[in-house]
Design a protein around this ligand. Structure first.
Ligand SMILES: Nc1nc2c(c(=O)[nH]1)N[C@H]1C(S)=C(S)[C@@H](COP(=O)(O)OP(=O)(O)OC[C@H]3O[C@@H](n4cnc5c(=O)[nH]c(N)nc54)[C@H](O)[C@@H]3O)O[C@H]1N2
Ligand SMILES: Nc1nc2c(c(=O)[nH]1)N[C@H]1C(S)=C(S)[C@@H](COP(=O)(O)OP(=O)(O)OC[C@H]3O[C@@H](n4cnc5c(=O)[nH]c(N)nc54)[C@H](O)[C@@H]3O)O[C@H]1N2
Ligand code: SF4
Ligand SMILES: [Mo]
Length: 696
């Protein structure tokens, strides 16, 4: 396909675009997905008619997932929010009246000013990765909240435990280059349903399989990915570190070690070796709920097949010991010297390779020496219900939500709902659709989609940077997040020149002088300079320059300096009342809670389901299709049962993340999840949750 884009062409020759036929605008997928695809949007007479994958961009390879292939349907959906709304009904009722932008913004500023005058920390931004863009994400928004001195949000809800684990082992969120998985001879897909959540990696794994590679999946659920691998180790949730230690045990016992790599490029091997020797395959097998022989076989493969690559993913770190489990798994490649080969090593995230300048877009200098309190987004349920206190600071009086749907996605949601239902809480939500969170807003501000704005994207599953150009004019009265915060800044009296920067200028600022903006303008993407085998000669970005089995930083924090297996807070068998463990991984056709309102995708997912093994269903008299009540002391969730071997005995799978209002009895799976936090990174423990199930 030609790289020429219609806008440039028509501008160059001075003919209106419609005269020269469809325009093709280059963009980037904004969603929280490791693949960060390059998009080509076809526009006819100002209307986006098709969104396709850019065939020139290697990681995308011309292919999009089913969700984003339907982007025109999402963009022109009859339920798009098209103008600002003000609440008229009680909170939660979702009843609003239409108002003008000026009325809405004037009133919002008037409500925020007295709170800011008392203490700006009474104002809380709440956002996550509705868009991953550096500009529409935390760009102008953080300039606004930094200038205001509002509470800072610790954005932990997805990946912070794994990130901490990786940083304290490899030194940063870095690892193998994804393209070289195609050359590996052994691939461990660890805590990831790649076909669902990392489709373009799965294509590389298939390529490797065709070249003779062995694929092994490690996952408590028999996912569509697990079914297509040669082996599936269906371990209990939260037992990954035990498995990793038993693999180490076998590598030591059989001397499948790269002694030279261990001696030159690692720190703490003697101590780690000693700990690993306590994890016989039998001991780990009892913890993981699998056969010891399966562990021995996997160790033999990992010790003898070269090159060996691990695609670790965030499924492992949503439990109490998530940071430690990440550290244990990320240690494995150094034992066998897998890093020596470009197709060996581990990849959890590639985001640490990015050279984009986030400080330039977010401007933390606008804090001007203030250090506001920090609230963890994963404990929003408790924190919205807290009174002022010396340790907490002021009560939260206002929340501004953008790029997130906390009422559906945050844990322990009955508390989240109670918090957002507070009559004395002033809530503004910037959204594209009438989500569960919108139901609790005082003001709803209609937001543009990716087809309607500029943005710059780095990736966490490959190492390219992408530019997104607007393909169409904003739909209805929708405005960009940046424009909303610019206008609020003006109304709050902030005159700093940075509030006048255009979105395109902010894309350039994020590139700095290290990312080639001209190349982004010309072809939509550019590669970061990352070595093919980054740790072949050690040189890890840690303080010691080595792969740190032992972390002095963690030890200084009073934590264990070595990785360990930490049992779940709610481990199977620890409560007679709640005999089943529940995990809640994403459904294939939704992206977190995004796309749940698209009829065509909901038709595929049909209804919220709980997968339950026949051995657990039979004694409860539960058959496929029955409405069930899943419950624990935090709440109850109603959904349809699917009696299925996708669930292992003792573990039920509540696929997420439905909007509550599309669920049964107005509930979703986060009624059951807890607000406890991981061992490091202060992340949520969505997959560390005991329940019981009854026919409703
Ligand atoms: N279609 C789709 N794609 C997505 C998303 C989506 O919602 N839908 N979400 C996006 C986001 S925000 C993220 S963070 C990434 C998530 O990326 P991943 O973390 O790779 O997400 P999943 O594919 O859910 O993989 C998690 C897998 O881990 C398994 N699992 C659960 N507990 C454990 C455990 O204790 N140990 C092990 N080994 N496995 C466990 C689950 O059964 C699931 O199959 O995906 C992104 N891509
Ligand atoms: N039980 C359970 N809960 C989970 C998970 C799980 O596996 N199990 N996964 C967790 C994970 S990994 C994550 S990342 C979080 C995800 O949590 P969120 O980041 O809140 O993700 P979404 O549910 O996709 O909500 C994003 C919202 O942003 C909106 N949006 C998109 N683009 C824009 C824009 O440009 N402007 C504005 N204003 N809005 C926009 C979308 O319409 C959407 O409603 O959920 C977590 N919750
Ligand atoms: S959601 Fe993921 S796979 Fe789908 S288009 Fe976006 S980046 Fe690509
Ligand atoms: Mo996530």
């Amino acid at each position: 396909m030609a790289r020429t884009i219609g806008t440039n062409l028509s501008a160059a020759i001075g003919i209106p675009p419609s005269v020269i036929g469809p325009q093709r605008i280059l963009g980037a997928c904004p969603h929280d997905c490791p693949d960060t695809c390059a998009l080509v949007t076809t526009v006819v007479d100002g209307v986006a008619t098709r969104v396709q994958g850019n065939p020139d961009h290697q990681p995308t390879d011309g292919v999009l997932c089913a969700k984003v292939s339907r982007y025109p349907e999402r963009t022109y959906h009859p339920d798009r929010l098209l103008h600002p709304l003000r609440r008229v009904g009680p909170k939660g009722s979702g009843r609003f009246e239409r108002v003008s932008w000026d009325e809405a913004l004037d009133d919002i500023a008037d409500r925020l000013k007295p709170i800011a005058a008392r203490d700006p920390q009474g104002i809380l931004p709440y956002s996550y990765c509705g868009t991953m863009g550096l500009v529409q994400g935390e760009g102008m928004a953080m300039r606004f909240f930094h200038r205001l001195g509002a509470t800072l949000l610790d954005r932990t809800i997805c990946a912070s435990a794994g990130a901490a684990g990786l940083v304290h082992t490899l030194g940063a969120k870095v690892g193998m280059k994804v393209e070289f998985f195609a050359e590996a001879k052994l691939i461990l897909i660890w805590g990831s349903n790649s076909i669902t959540s990392n489709l373009h990696f799965w294509r590389l794994a298939q390529e490797a399989k065709r070249q003779g590679a062995k694929l092994v999946c490690i996952d408590p659920r028999r996912t569509e990915t697990a079914e297509k691998c040669h082996e599936h180790l269906q371990i209990l949730p939260g037992t990954d570190a035990a498995l990793a230690f038993a693999l180490m045990h076998e590598l030591v016992a059989n001397d499948w070690l790269d002694h030279d790599y261990l001696a030159r490029h690692t720190l703490g091997w003697d101590a780690l070796r000693e700990r690993a020797l306590r994890w016989t395959p039998e001991r780990a097998a009892a913890v993981c709920g699998i056969d010891a022989q399966r562990i021995r076989d996997l160790a033999r493969d990992y010790g003898t097949i070269r090159p060996a690559a691990i695609r670790l993913n965030y499924g492992v770190q949503r439990v109490r010991g998530g940071g430690n489990a990440t550290r244990a798994v990320a240690s494995l490649p150094a034992l066998v010297g897998a890093w020596r080969h470009r197709a060996g090593g581990v990849l959890l995230s590639s985001s640490g390779w990015s050279t984009a300048d986030r400080a330039a877009t977010q401007r933390p200098d606008l804090l001007a020496g203030r250090s506001p309190r920090v609230i963890n987004m994963s404990t929003i349920g408790d924190d919205l219900l807290r009174e002022a206190s010396p340790s907490f600071g002021p009560k939260v009086e206002a929340v501004v939500v953008y790029n997130s749907n906390p009422v559906a996605v945050a844990p322990d949601s009955s508390k989240v709902v109670r918090g957002f239902a507070r009559e004395d809480l002033f809530t503004v939500v910037l959204e594209q659709f009438h989500t569960d969170t919108v139901d609790y807003a005082d003001y709803v501000l209609p937001a543009t989609t990716q087809l309607e704005h500029w943005d710059l994207h780095t990736a966490y599953g490959h190492t390219d940077v992408l530019l997104n150009r607007p393909a169409i004019a904003p739909v209805g009265e929708a405005r960009t997040n940046t424009q909303v915060f610019r206008e609020l800044a003006t109304r709050m009296g902030f005159t700093d020149p940075c509030f006048g920067d255009s979105d395109e200028a902010m894309c350039r600022q994020a590139c700095g002088d290290r990312i080639d903006f001209q190349q982004l303008l010309d072809r939509g993407y550019t590669a970061l300079p990352v070595p093919d085998a980054p740790f072949a000669e050690g040189r890890f970005p840690t303080a010691s320059g080595k792969c740190e089995f032992f972390s002095a930083t963690l030890a200084k924090q009073g934590l264990d300096g070595l990785p360990d297996h930490l049992p779940n807070y709610e481990s199977l068998g620890s409560s007679p009342q709640y005999p089943l463990a529940m995990i809640s991984p994403p459904a294939r056709n939704f992206l977190n809670s995004t796309f749940v309102n698209l009829q065509s995708l909901r038709d595929i997912e049909r209804e919220p389901v709980l997968e339950i093994h026949p051995d657990d269903a039979a004694p409860r008299g539960i058959a496929t299709g029955a409405v069930v009540r899943v419950f624990n002391e935090r709440g109850e969730y109603h959904c349809k049962a699917e009696v299925s071997a996708r669930a292992r005995p003792g573990v039920v799978n509540g696929l997420g993340i439905w909007w509550r209002k599309f669920g049964l009895a107005g509930t979703n799976v986060n009624e059951l999840t807890s607000q406890r936090l991981t061992d490091m990174g202060n992340g949520p423990v969505f997959y560390d949750c005991l329940v019981d199930v009854r026919a409703a």
